[in-house]
Design a protein around this ligand. Structure first.
Ligand code: NAP
Length: 249
């Protein structure tokens, strides 16, 4: 197995893409901490599914938009794993869409705090441990819209473009210590998040996808497993686009 004896923390692992990543890392042998904010039952279900397949997992509640909780989350995972953290996946994310002129400051703050500010705290806490280990993998879930822009999402696009910049800067800081930092930019993936979009808008987007279908959470999870594995040892500071060709134009 590619990730035998590794330990991993996935933020927002209770549903959607985070769940698929947690399960895929576990399927490759990693012990996985699954973070969630509200969905206790869903997170416990992911833990049970991993254990049923002979894997090791635990759930940790924390709101990553809160700096203290985000830091404590990483510390709790490290404690649970006996002092090690090999893989951090910053996946927790939300949207609060509105055109700029109608967007409320709270919608801006909530999205920036959850999708970007959280990384400052989780990465800082994880980097302390990874620097000691002289090894580690940080994988940040961005979005293609962080590269292309999107109407009605100045908050989300700014956060995801920020995640990409953060990834490149941190990759330079940590590279000499054997730690890689990469981002994945998914396109339109079938999860609760995209369920909120109108059928009309989804249909219009779908027509622009070269591969002709929405992505699955597993499509993204395969990329995360690759970036977490030894096979990606010489890849850092990159953005891996997993969008079925949506951003080709
Ligand atoms: P989702 O189905 O809505 O799931 C979001 C997950 O994040 C849930 O596990 C949720 O926990 C967790 N979460 C949200 N806010 C949190 C907070 N403050 N603290 C801790 N956990 C929190 O979303 P998704 O579609 O899987 O998206 C996952 C990531 O991929 C996000 O970063 C998103 O921006 C990105 N992405 C998604 C798409 C797409 O098309 N779906 C495309 C590009 C990028 P609870 O269950 O407790 O609420």
């Amino acid at each position: 197995m590619m990730l035998d004896r590794r330990t991993a923390l996935v933020t927002g692992g209770s549903r959607g893409i985070g769940r698929a990543i947690a399960e895929a890392l576990a399927a490759e042998g990693a012990r996985v901490a699954i973070n969630y904010r509200n969905s206790t039952a869903a997170a416990e279900e992911v833990v049970a599914a991993i254990r049923a397949r002979g894997g090791e997992a635990l759930a940790i509640q924390a709101d990553v938009a809160d700096g203290e909780q985000a830091t404590r989350l990483v510390e709790q995972a490290v404690e649970a794993f006996g002092g090690r953290l090999d893989i951090l996946v910053n996946n927790a994310g939300i949207t609060r869409d509105a055109l700029l002129l109608r967007m409320k400051p709270e919608q801006w703050d909530e999205v920036l705090d959850t999708n970007l500010r959280s990384l400052f705290f989780t990465c800082k806490a994880a980097a302390r441990v990874m620097l000691r280990q002289r090894a580690g993998r940080i994988i940040n879930i961005a979005s293609v819209v962080g590269l292309t822009g999107n109407v009605g999402q100045v908050n989300y696009v700014a956060a995801k473009a920020g995640v990409i910049g953060f990834t490149r800067a941190l990759a330079r800081e940590l590279g000499s210590r054997g730690i890689t930092v990469n981002a994945i930019a998914p396109g339109l993936i079938a999860t609760d998040m995209t369920e909120q979009l109108s059928a009309e808008y989804r249909g219009a987007l779908e027509q622009r996808i070269a591969l002709g279908r929405l992505g699955t959470p597993e499509d993204v999870a395969h990329a995360a497993v690759f970036l977490a594995s030894d096979r990606a040892a010489y890849i850092t500071g990159q953005v891996l686009v997993v969008d079925g060709g949506l951003s080709l134009g």
